[in-house]
Design a protein around this ligand. Structure first.
Ligand SMILES: NC(=O)c1ccc[n+]([C@@H]2O[C@H](COP(=O)([O-])OP(=O)(O)OC[C@H]3O[C@@H](n4cnc5c(N)ncnc54)[C@H](OP(=O)(O)O)[C@@H]3O)[C@@H](O)[C@H]2O)c1
Length: 286
């Protein structure tokens, strides 16, 4: 089976390459310099030449704040890029795995009475950020141009590369005594290792559709940081603060917990609890 992995130098791209069994798959891994997914002709000619069975799109413009000021680039990479990949993969009859985000929701709660429960796949998306809007358009294009799609919304991703866990570890070394961390945004930290496991499962199936794919459980960024430091035995004090104290160009969803509803109804694949996945990640890091 031939697989093309795009965005192969990113966090998820690197993990996918680690996990795919090279004795089973003929893998073409392309970073941005080998394939700019925003250029339709390049994508189409590469797919015509390779004729993949599966494409796994790990490429994205993931700087949420930068997307606000550079909407055109965000739209090119997060919407037109997946469109191109869906057109090209559809033409050669390949399956497509595309990764999306919890930011397609505004994080204000989902029930009419204002109460909150985890978002499921059939909840109406309503992005508030440029990143979320462009990622949602990417989902729509993939659905439109290739029926054989697996669209996976994930959240709070960490792996090999720049991410929240590494930033907190670095800050604890620099700042030492205490760190203030936001305690009024709730979501689910998800390791690339867990997410890549889901992708490995899906590509061997015809279980197409839109999926949520995050670790089990939920926490705030403050609770996440406390757990990172607890596991690592770091004594830096973590002080809870509010989003208002740290205004950012792009508004963050206050509540973006996702339920892996489709995955649970259609498979036996289970994500680990976020704490367990974090512990595995930190053990490997040291
Ligand atoms: N990180 C998170 O917390 C998070 C949360 C929810 C969902 N997601 C989604 O999960 C997926 C994987 O995220 P990640 O954390 O692995 O992202 P990442 O580490 O930022 O990797 C994205 C990769 O895409 C590349 N890229 C950017 N523009 C490109 C283009 N035009 N053509 C080809 N490649 C391009 C980037 O290259 P350069 O670095 O050279 O630009 C980078 O190597 C993305 O779809 C993201 O939206 C991430």
């Amino acid at each position: 089976m031939k697989i093309i992995v795009t965005g192969s130098q990113g966090q998820l791209g690197k993990e996918i390459l680690k996990q795919l069994d090279i004795s089973r798959y003929d893998i073409t891994a392309v970073g941005k310099s080998e394939l700019n997914i925003a250029v339709l002709d390049d994508v189409v000619s590469m797919f015509r030449a390779i004729k993949p069975d599966v494409v796994i799109n790990c490429a994205a413009y993931t700087n949420v704040d930068a997307c606000e000021t550079d909407f055109d680039t965000a739209f090119k990479v997060n919407a037109i890029g997946p469109r191109n990949l869906a057109i090209a993969s559809g033409e050669v009859n390949a399956k497509i795995v595309h990764i999306s985000t919890d930011y397609v929701f505004d994080g204000k709660g989902v029930l009419k009475d204002g109460s909150i429960r985890p978002y499921v796949e059939y909840d109406i998306a309503h992005p508030e950020t440029a990143y979320g809007k462009t990622k949602l358009e990417g989902e729509n294009f993939v659905k439109l141009f290739n029926n054989r799609h697996f669209i996976i919304r994930t959240a709070w991703l960490y792996g090999e590369g720049k991410n929240f866990v590494r930033t907190m570890l670095e800050l604890s070394q620099k700042n030492g005594v205490y760190l203030k961390v936001v305690n009024d945004q709730r979501g689910t930290p998800t390791s690339t290792e867990e997410l890549a496991g889901m992708i490995r499962y899906l590509i061997d199936t015809d279980n197409y559709g839109l999926f949520h794919g995050t670790c089990e459980g939920q926490c705030t960024w403050y609770e996440f940081t406390r757990e990172i430091f607890r596991i690592k035995g770091i004594t830096t004090e973590v002080i809870p603060c509010t989003t208002q104290e740290y205004p950012r160009p792009a508004p963050r969803p206050a509540y973006s917990v996702l339920e892996n509803y489709m995955l649970k109804l259609t498979s036996n694949y289970m994500f680990r609890d976020w704490r367990e996945a974090l512990e595995i990640y930190l053990r490997k890091l040291s």
